[in-house]
Every structure is written in structure tokens, then in C-alpha cells.
Design a protein around this ligand. Sequence first.
Ligand code: MF3
Ligand code: CO
Ligand code: CO
Length: 287
Amino acid sequence: MAKKNKITEKWKLIPGIAPTPMDLRILEFQSRGKLCPTRELIKTPMQIEGIRRAGALNTAVLDEVANRIREGMSTEEINRIVHDFTVKHGGIPAPLNYEGFPKSCCTSINEVVCHGIPSEDVILEEGDIINVDCTTILDGYYADASRMFVIGKTTEQKQRLVDVAWECLKIGEQVCSEPYVFVGDMGSAIAKHAHDNGYTVVRDLCGHGVGNAFHEEPDVEHHGKKGTGMLLVPGMTFTIEPMINAGDWYVCGDEEDETGWIVLTEDEEDSAQWEHTYLMTENGVEI
Ligand code: MF3
Ligand code: CO
Ligand code: CO
């Protein structure tokens, strides 16, 4: 999702209530000029339960896609699978009509970085690598995740890109194996792994807070400097979703796309992405 770069308010104590250990830790980071969350970004136990249930359904949606995706299928067929399965299980596909997005999931093949629009005219061919990105709303709560699928046999280069993009997600996760780390700690580790493999990281789009809405603060950039970006504390829910390019990191729009949603690599080289929704806990992230 695109960056928002909103200014956040400061963390404040609740008048008349003794500061918790978490309050004290956040206030200390804040006094050192670090970007800290606001209270709205800390989910309540009830909200966390709701987001977990949305996540379970969203995972089932992606499992259904995994079972049925095959060569010769149109991306519109994937859209129908996602839409029908989600609705059948009491959910709402969040992408549908979201800021003018016309379909119930995103399908991004090869040089499409993200936000590809399902279409009857786009047919999966042997060797394609495709990202299917689903976001499910259940009882008002949101969960957002995507996977790469390889259609039939692909080239070694495409397979390696898919694998390294997965490793980048897992490296982000490892950095978040404890709370009170910064988004930039994760971004710098992800970018290092991508660069060590000869790839680049898309900078124009980032992960995001998620749960009570589709896109919340913070911006979760997948590159950057340690100690920058927002502090991640227990109770925050957010995505990690690095977009890894085989060529340069520059992206552009698709001239034929009237919606303006589709994002392509400028050099038409391949791009790969995986995404999970995470909850930060006292012991690090839970998927
Ligand atoms: N699921 C995407 C993300 O990871 C956002 C898609 S917005 C849509 O943030 F409208 F294209 F669905
Ligand atoms: Co997302
Ligand atoms: Co997504």
C-alpha cells in the first residue's frame, strides 16, 4: 500500500491511572525522539480475537486458491474463487470497491509488482509467477496476506526470486522476535538480504498497520535505517510484505489501466512478494 506519512500524536499517560511498564518504556523511547505508536494502534484483547478470526478465514481463502490455481485459468477465475469462498464463510473481500479497486483480490503476475486486477483476458501460463493478495473482513476486523504461486515449471531465476522474497519476509519476522524494535530495524535487514542476492526492494509501497481498518499506521517500509520508523510494541497488528525486484526498484503505472491501481516494474523485470498479518506480543510476533 502507498505511504501515508501522517504525523502521529504522542504517547500520553492516562490521567489518574498509574503508568504501566509498557508506558514507561514507550515514554523513554519518546524522550529520545523516536516515533512511537498512539494508543489507538494498541489492540484490545477483543479486537485481537476478532483479527485472529479474520486471519484464520483469510488463510482458508488462500488455501482454497492454492488448491485450485492452475495453468490455463484466468485471473478472473481466481477472483471468483476468492469472492465466493469469502462470502460463503461470512466474510467480505476488503479489496472490492476499496478506493475504486474493482475486484475482490489482487493478482500480480511476473513484472506486475502489486495491485494487479483480475481479468478474463489474463490467462495463467506455464512458468508464470503470480502473487495472489487477499484481505478479509470478518465481523468488522481485517486480515491481509498474500502468497506467490509458480505455474507449472518455471525458470531457475524466477524460482530464486520467489524464494528470496519469502526469505525476506521471514527475516523481517525474525527481527520482530521481540517487542520494542523499530520498523527500520526490520527494513534494513530485509533490504540487506535482497541486495546480498542481487535484488532490490520497492520503496514506493510499504506494509501497514491493519486490523480495525484495511490500512492503518504505521508505514512498514522494507528498507531503511535501523532505529528509524515506528517502535513496535505489544498489541500492535501490522503487515510485513516486501516487494522484491529482480532488476531496479523503480515502479510505474500501467498506461492502459483506467483505475490507476496496477503497479509494474519500470524495467519490466520480475517482482515477487509474500505478506502476512502479524500481532506483536511480549514474546515477538505471532502470525
Ligand atoms: N492487499 C494490499 C496490501 O497488502 C492492498 C490492496 S488494495 C486493493 O496492502 F484495493 F488493491 F485491494
Ligand atoms: Co497489506
Ligand atoms: Co495485501
